[in-house]
Design a protein around this ligand. Structure first.
Ligand code: KIV
Length: 273
């Protein structure tokens, strides 16, 4: 739904679909209101409350433990900070795989309780496509997610590049077409070789949004804390750090500790008369 014109206007699913082969779509994750406001005001098209929340914010080793309630709690906070970008919320592990009805109930909860505009779910099997069709029929926009799908990390044997051989590449294209046909409005491609991502991007009429998938995708998504240099142990080849916020935080905290211990802070100008 469009709410006006110019910079205040909300980004819609329809507009994103129309960006296929056009201006690149820019997406970032956010998990709280304050950083969501920075991201939205910075001009991204999509704010994703990713289930990477599990690793980045909650301290889990992967996304498996994340619950629907966790997603709703954080997405509600993010909603308060996002005025313009399209807000997409990840459906966490086992919130859509048990049955299509369960998926509909959980996706409905996410939209109703957070005010998000769309959900994202992982995988490209016929069963997942059937679930996407049911959600789309109910009026819930769905973003797909193919390539490396973090909720299947134990099945795929770790965080690794997918679709490296001809067979896997053909299967990826087939999965993407299945998601398109089911009604997904865009597809995230994670950890996929550049040529495979390019083939998928050419094969479908909906935008692809890459992360570790090269430059041929219709858009790009990154995890905010990774690209800001706050998650300093995570250094995959695809990642560019656009700032070193981790270093700035280190410096700030150390400076505070030293100043308090040295009796330099608080000083007279910080003290009420
Ligand atoms: O959970 C997440 O942050 C994601 C992005 C990496 C696409 O799914």
């Amino acid at each position: 739904m469009s709410t006006g014109s110019g910079a205040d206007r909300r980004v819609t699913v329809r507009e994103l679909r129309a960006r296929k082969d056009g201006e690149k779509i820019v997406a970032l994750t956010a998990y709280d209101c304050l950083l969501a406001r920075f991201v939205d005001e910075g001009g991204v098209d999509v704010v994703l409350v990713g289930d990477s929340l599990g690793n980045i914010v909650l301290g889990h080793p992967d996304t498996i433990p994340v619950t629907v309630d966790d997603m709703i709690h954080h997405a509600r906070a993010v909603r308060r900070g996002v005025k313009r970008a399209l807000l997409v919320v990840d459906m966490p592990f086992l919130s859509y795989q048990v049955s299509s009805e369960d998926a509909l109930r959980n996706a409905g909860r996410i939209l109703k309780e957070t005010g998000a505009e769309a959900v994202k779910l992982e995988g490209g099997s016929p069963r997942i496509a059937e679930t996407i069709r049911l959600l789309v029929d109910a009026g819930i926009p769905v973003m797909g997610h193919l390539g490396f799908t973090p909720q299947s990390v134990h099945a795929t044997g770790g965080y690794r590049v997918q679709a490296r051989d001809e067979g896997a590449r053909a299967a990826l294209v087939e999965d993407a077409r299945r998601l398109e046909e089911a009604g997904a409005f865009s597809i995230v491609l994670e950890l996929v070789p550049g040529p495979a991502a390019e083939e998928v991007t050419r094969a479908v009429s909906v935008p692809t949004i890459g992360i570790g998938a090269g430059a041929a995708c219709d858009g790009q998504v990154l995890v905010l804390h990774d690209m800001l240099g706050m998650n300093r142990d995570f250094t995959p080849r695809f990642l560019r750090r656009f700032a070193e916020v981790g270093d700035a935080i280190d410096e700030g905290v150390r400076g505070y500790v030293e100043a308090v211990r040295a009796g330099e802070y608080p000083a007279a100008e910080h003290t009420f008369e």
